[in-house]
Design a protein around this ligand. Structure first.
Ligand SMILES: NC(=O)c1ccc[n+]([C@@H]2O[C@H](COP(=O)([O-])OP(=O)(O)OC[C@H]3O[C@@H](n4cnc5c(N)ncnc54)[C@H](OP(=O)(O)O)[C@@H]3O)[C@@H](O)[C@H]2O)c1
Length: 309
């Protein structure tokens, strides 16, 4: 199969490329920076619709995984308009390029769990639960998610929507688990002291990125066009639980304290996915949070840049 991956050089994209190569697919990586793997690389910006259309026309993929995005919720507060342009206009550019030059291709559009409203009873979120994002990033993903599902039948395209929850693992930077893993490794090297943490009672649905990209591939094959699928583990882990696991996995005693300045004014207390729709396609995660944390620690132990700035 010939797979075109936008955002191939990012955290999830790099693992998706590994997965596709391992099963023998040919991969075209489309990104602003080169991928780590030796695959066909098209250096481009999805906001430049002409070069995107040209890339899709030249390569005629069987499947297009659309991951490129302004992916950081924090940055979306600093630049809501830029986030909206990248995530909404960029997605429409991708869909239009496919409509014109690869109408037989399957598109897997990567949305986010950030589209959902916080339910009053904290039940595991289902795909038909109410939308109600709490960040500009979530609003942009909600709009793109709806555009993808609207355009699919109207343009006779096969588009499956993926809604990842909290993906963790080696190569991730800029989220709480990777920051903590880097900090632990810095402590092991004697380069850092006590770790300041925010609200550790929040509960999140963490899932290993490698289990997640396997789900993308499954959605490309068996997902129903126009439908959205949650991708999570289906279980919640508190940040307190993550700290406990890191304490056990650390080679030195882990020192931490709660810093009220790091407690966010608005933080959804519990975000867990209902993954029954995905499981019905035959998907099952292979790793638990502890195993992923162990591998993430090992990744940073082997990597020079362990200290969190
Ligand atoms: N990580 C998670 O847990 C999670 C959860 C829910 C949803 N998602 C979604 O999953 C997707 C991948 O996430 P990620 O964590 O891998 O993000 P990431 O590491 O930020 O990767 C995104 C990639 O897209 C590229 N990109 C951004 N704007 C582009 C543009 N205009 N043209 C071409 N390439 C562009 C980025 O390049 P630059 O580095 O130059 O910006 C980066 O290489 C995103 O759509 C994200 O919103 C992720």
């Amino acid at each position: 199969m010939k797979a075109f991956v936008t955002g191939a050089s990012g955290f999830i994209g790099s693992h998706l490329v590994d997965f596709l190569l391992a099963r023998g697919d040919s991969v075209i990586a489309f990104d602003r920076r080169p991928p780590v793997q030796p695959v066909t690389f098209i250096s481009g910006d999805m906001m430049d619709s002409e070069s995107l259309r040209d890339a899709v026309k030249r390569t005629a993929p069987d499947v297009l995984f659309h991951l490129a995005a302004q992916s950081l919720t924090g940055d979306s507060w600093a630049d809501p308009a830029g986030t909206f342009r990248a995530n909404v206009n960029g997605t429409i550019n991708v869909l239009e390029a496919v409509k014109e030059f690869a109408p037989g291709a399957t598109v897997v559009f990567v949305s986010s769990s950030g589209v959902y409203a916080q339910p009053a009873d904290a039940h595991p979120l289902r795909e038909d639960d109410a939308m109600g994002p709490s960040t500009p990033y979530g609003i942009s993903k909600m709009a793109a998610d709806q555009a993808a599902r609207l355009f699919a039948p109207r343009w006779n395209l096969r588009v499956v929507v993926a809604r990842p929850f909290f993906w963790i693992g080696p190569r991730k930077t800029g989220d709480v688990t990777s920051d903590w893993c880097r900090r632990v490794v810095a402590m092991e090297r004697g380069q850092a002291g006590e770790m300041a943490v925010g609200n550790i009672d929040v509960v999140r649905d963490f899932i290993d990125v490698r289990d997640g990209v396997a789900a993308f591939a499954l959605l490309a094959e068996r997902g129903e066009s126009g439908l959205a699928y949650n991708i999570g583990s289906g279980t919640g882990t508190s940040l307190r639980g993550v700290l406990a696991a890191l304490s056990e996995l650390s080679r030195v005693p882990l020192k931490w304290r709660v810093d009220q300045a790091l407690v966010r004014p608005v933080d959804e207390p519990v975000r867990i996915a209902d993954v029954s729709r995905l499981r019905a396609l035959g998907w099952k995660p292979q790793r638990d949070v502890r195993a992923t944390l162990r591998e993430t620690l090992d990744f940073w132990r082997a990597n020079g840049q362990a200290i969190v700035p």
